[in-house]
Design a protein. Structure first.
Length: 136
């Protein structure tokens, strides 16, 4: 698997995000995302199989996830697939594929959100207002 395989996932958090800190103080958030395929069955739609993805986010993104998201929230995740391998104490080789998040946000299909500049991200003119130029 290539280190640069980018994916976009839309699903629901299965639990509250787990925000922790590395020994040197770097923030890391982990959560699982349930993604259920929708299948057209004649004139109706039905749920297909559900896949579960482990999502990892670092630094400010991790902190913002911990402050903003909770179990059941529908979110969009853009990130890179990462394969991680290790050996168990019994000598068995294990591999897991995770998504290292680059962007995470609430899905606005069935919900609303009010973006608010996070503390420490520069000064804002007012609550919900941004004073930097748009990124386009």
């Amino acid at each position: 698997m290539s280190e640069t395989e980018r994916v976009t996932l839309v699903g629901n958090l299965t639990d509250d995000p787990d925000l922790r800190y590395t020994p040197n103080g770097t923030e890391v958030a982990n959560f699982r995302l349930a993604v259920t395929a929708r299948i057209k069955d004649g004139d109706t739609w039905r749920d297909g199989d559900t896949s579960f993805y482990r999502i990892t986010a670092w630094r400010q993104l991790a902190e913002h996830i911990g402050d903003s998201l909770a179990k059941g929230n529908r979110v969009l995740v853009v990130g890179q697939l990462r394969a991680r391998s290790w050996e168990t104490p019994e000598g068995e080789r294990r591999t897991v594929v995770e998504v290292q998040a680059e962007e995470v946000g609430p899905s606005l299909r069935w919900a609303t959100a009010k973006p608010e500049r996070a503390a420490g991200n520069g000064s804002a003119k007012g609550k919900g207002e941004f004073n930097d130029d748009p990124p386009f």
